[in-house]
Design a protein around this ligand. Structure first.
Ligand SMILES: *Cc1c(COP(=O)(O)O)cnc(C)c1O
Length: 355
């Protein structure tokens, strides 16, 4: 199963779009590099990945992705340090999680060699696309979907695995105001909330739009049963600071096991910050907001690393969070990005050198 990068076939693009890109004004994930990686799964095994010019795909209208939604993805970033070296952050964890998602959606496992070697070869080829501007990085999007055909509601027999790259600026600009959800749920017990499956996001758009109509940028998801516990913030894990304790919900069927989340838990412990992984009641957060014990709330995920929340709405009442100097959110963000961009020692062994 060992795959050397020299086995990966590279078909180079004869042109480059890099000069058309304004690297000082990048949005998030809306321009793509010159090449992508593609591998096909058929007859029970994967073809060796190919790197080809970035291009549209041709699919049969009966491809099961269109009908039954077998589609999963990962989100990662590549960083360039001051010496031009390229780094990833815990990429084996993304690979492992992609296979957890694949299993839940009855899709094939992706060999680690294909994922890591394929990604490394692609990044080496596209390293000039990795922005060096502060806060910018190359967003990496591995994904897999059912290309096999049939209107029969059963798993497809063919799949495509791709990796596309998008030079990106910061995900959110500024703090976000969130609405604690009381009607909809993003995930249920026994469901697929722990998988990075495309349909999870499709289902989030409508409640998020309703919240946006009321002036909130994101929804804080609560449990599907009674909407009694907070679980995630949009497509990010959620942290709540009550006095000097940092809380986050335990992972479960309904909560995605975020790599940023678990890194923050380790880092906070290392900083001497008290952490608690436990169910967090909405009523506890509201109470803490009322009596001044609620110091911070933030989302945690690869795209934004840490996304501070300025306030939340619940049952028609808005609660503001204080403006803190030396917030945990800011301190943690700085520490994680310093590791990601190779600006500091990495005693956790999270950094992965590409080239
Ligand atoms: C991707 C994702 C996260 C964050 O995971 P990271 O590995 O930290 O990027 C959290 N929640 C949901 C729902 C996600 O899709």
């Amino acid at each position: 199963m060992e795959v050397q990068s020299n086995q990966i076939v590279v078909e180079k693009s004869s042109t480059t779009k890099i000069n058309e890109v304004d690297f000082n004004n990048l949005s998030f994930g809306s321009v793509y590099t010159d090449h992508m990686l593609v591998a096909d799964y058929r007859n029970g095994s994967w073809t060796i990945p190919k790197i080809v010019p970035y291009q549209p795909l041709t699919l049969d209208p009966a491809s099961k992705i269109f009908h039954y939604g077998q589609s999963i993805f990962e989100g990662m970033k590549a960083y360039k340090d001051a010496n031009g070296h390229v780094w990833l952050f815990r990429p084996r964890d993304n690979h492992a999680r992609m296979n957890i998602s694949a299993q839940r959606m009855t899709m094939p496992q992706i060999p680690q060699e294909y994922f890591i070697e394929g990604l490394t070869a692609l990044l080496e080829l596209e390293k000039d696309w990795i922005p060096t501007q502060l806060g910018s990085s190359l967003y990496v999007r591995p994904f897999m979907f059912a290309s096999g055909t049939g209107f029969h509601a059963s798993p497809a027999d063919e799949y495509k695995f791709l990796i596309a790259l998008a030079p990106s600026g910061a995900y959110f600009s500024g703090k976000v105001k969130v609405l604690i959800e009381e009607t909809y749920a993003r995930a249920a017990n026994g469901g697929v909330g722990y998988a990075k499956a495309g349909g999870n996001y499709a289902a989030q758009f409508y409640p998020t739009k309703l919240a946006a109509d009321k002036g909130y940028q994101q929804v804080v998801w609560t449990d599907d049963h009674n909407h009694e516990y907070i679980e995630e913030a949009g497509a990010m894990n959620i942290f709540v600071r009550i006095n000097d304790t940092l809380l986050t919900a335990p992972t479960s069927d309904r909560i995605l096991d975020g790599i940023t989340r678990k890194s923050i838990l380790e880092l906070a412990a290392d900083m001497g910050v008290k952490t608690e992984v436990r169910k967090i009641k909405v009523s506890e957060v509201v109470e803490a907001a009322k009596n001044g014990n609620l110091k911070e709330m933030f989302g945690a995920g690869t795209a934004a690393v840490v996304s501070p929340i300025s306030g939340f709405g619940y049952q028609g009442v808005d609660y503001d969070l204080p403006e803190l100097e030396n917030s945990y959110a800011q301190t943690i963000k700085t520490k994680i990005t310093d590791i990601q961009y190779n600006r500091t020692e990495d005693k956790f062994g999270w950094r992965y050198k590409v080239v």
